[in-house]
Design a protein around this ligand. Structure first.
Ligand SMILES: [Zn+2]
Length: 197
């Protein structure tokens, strides 16, 4: 089992640990063992100290723990359809910053995202799934894109700015250097997470 104490690593090094995990996933050589109760019993029942946060999509093909080859206790994850940011998602990430002292946040968009696809084709001022697609539609218009995969990448940038605009806690941590925010994109076809920054 990997045991990463984030105090001994910089945010950049923690990101490299995640990307190395993704390479293991991509190459079909997973290393993680702490997916069973015995491991949890040994090390995790007293508390958690995850070393990274991920804001991702609820899409069943994009589970961060799996695509970064991590196990229980490693990642603090907020997922919503499209990785969209409502109040609960925002406060979940704030909790990760203020209570768990996590210093790396990965905003993870992905290929073939249903929300981005729907936002691309849905009429403006549409009641259905309004809270999920409204921001994506704004990004679509602003960037002038007609490709929903491209929209998913632009949306990561929007999400970063929204987090900083809406959360004092996240903004402060980001500005004083205690939180690194990274935009990333997961391609289903090759299993790879690429950094967008
Ligand atoms: Zn999605």
């Amino acid at each position: 089992m990997k045991k990463i104490d984030s105090e001994n690593y910089s945010a950049d090094e923690l990101l490299e640990i995640l990307l190395e995990g993704n390479r293991c996933f991509k190459n079909n050589t997973p290393r993680v063992k702490n997916h069973c109760f015995n491991e949890m019993k040994k090390t995790l029942t007293e508390g958690q100290k995850p070393y990274a946060m991920v804001l991702g999509c609820s899409d069943s093909r994009t589970s961060p723990e799996i695509i970064f080859d991590t196990g229980l206790g490693e990642l603090f994850v907020a997922r919503s359809a499209g990785g969209t940011i409502g109040p609960n998602v925002l406060e979940t990430l704030e909790y990760g910053v203020s209570h768990l002292k996590i210093k790396l946040l990965v905003i993870l968009g992905h290929q073939d995202c249903g929300v981005m696809k729907y936002a691309m084709g849905a009429p403006l001022y549409n009641d259905e799934l309004e809270n999920l697609i409204h921001h994506a539609q704004c990004v679509k218009m602003q960037m002038g894109t007609h490709c929903f995969n491209e929209l998913a990448k632009y949306y990561c940038d929007f999400a970063k700015h929204r987090l900083l605009a809406k959360s004092k806690v996240i903004k402060e941590a980001y500005e004083n250097g205690s939180l690194k925010i990274v935009k990333a994109y997961f391609t289903l076809e090759n299993g790879e997470v690429e950094i967008l920054d």
